[in-house]
Design a binder for this molecule. Structure first.
Ligand SMILES: Cc1cc2nc3c(=O)[nH]c(=O)nc-3n(C[C@H](O)[C@H](O)[C@H](O)COP(=O)(O)O)c2cc1C
Length: 215
């Protein structure tokens, strides 16, 4: 087998710039501009983000989920509340979301506090999902050890039969989280690793303050 020297894999960045003069003073609006550009660029999963959480004993964990909306300046995603991430958030609501749009040489970190969205909002989104996704959410004890894939398939088939001709209801342990940001950092790759980094933090009055960070 040919060995690949991964230490020598590197890409030179520098297609675009980011400056205090051109950035939107509201980081949520700036995020939406970048997200639209990522969607228009037809990247594979433009809404994919890594959600980092911390366990009750202080150990971090991270996984990918899909951003499903930004409402009232809060970032929304949906999951199983009993999952590992759900248990972490129940004991510590502080989370970090990371977006990496490689082709655009961009990264965004969003740090803030997560809380459950209303049941009405979770119901509305749940019912907008494909029927099979709704059935899957009902029978999957997300993050738990299972004996075999077959057990999940059997449960899925039984649940499908149970709801034939009926609306598939949202299970109580499945719904959305809304993350209200306190800190948002925009990263744009630049030449010679001298990247642009702009950090937005809220000042005492709730307005956003912008600082440039060293790359
Ligand atoms: C591209 C992609 C999108 C995903 N979207 C979601 C999602 O929106 N919600 C979700 O619960 N899991 C999603 N997953 C699965 C999670 O990464 C993860 O495996 C699952 O939520 C269990 O995580 P946990 O055990 O840390 O709670 C996605 C995975 C990938 C690769």
């Amino acid at each position: 087998m040919t060995e690949i020297n991964i230490a020598q894999i590197r890409k030179e960045y520098g297609s675009q710039k980011l400056s205090k003069k051109t950035v939107d003073p509201n980081p949520i609006r700036q995020f939406e501009i970048w997200l639209q550009e990522a969607i228009k660029s037809e990247l594979a999963e433009p809404t994919a983000m890594q959600v980092s959480t911390v366990s009750p004993d202080g150990k971090p964990a991270c996984r990918t989920v899909l951003l499903k909306g930004i409402e009232n300046e809060a970032y929304i995603f949906y999951t199983n509340y009993d999952s590992r991430k759900g248990q972490h958030i129940a004991s510590n609501p502080n989370v970090c979301l990371t977006f990496f749009w490689a082709e655009l040489e961009r990264q965004v970190h969003v740090e803030g506090s997560a809380s459950k969205v209303s049941e009405g909002k979770s119901n509305e989104y749940f019912q907008s999902r494909p029927r099979k996704s709704r059935l899957g959410a009902r029978i999957s004890p997300q993050s738990q050890v299972i004996k075999s894939r077959n057990d999940i398939i059997t449960a899925f088939v039984a649940e499908s039969a149970r709801y034939i001709g009926q609306k598939v209801p949202r299970p109580d342990n499945w719904g959305g989280y809304a993350i209200v940001p306190e800190r948002i950092e925009f990263w744009q790759g630049r030449e010679s690793r001298l990247h642009d980094r702009l950090l937005f933090t809220r000042n005492g009055k709730g307005d956003w303050k912008i600082d440039r960070l060293a790359p």
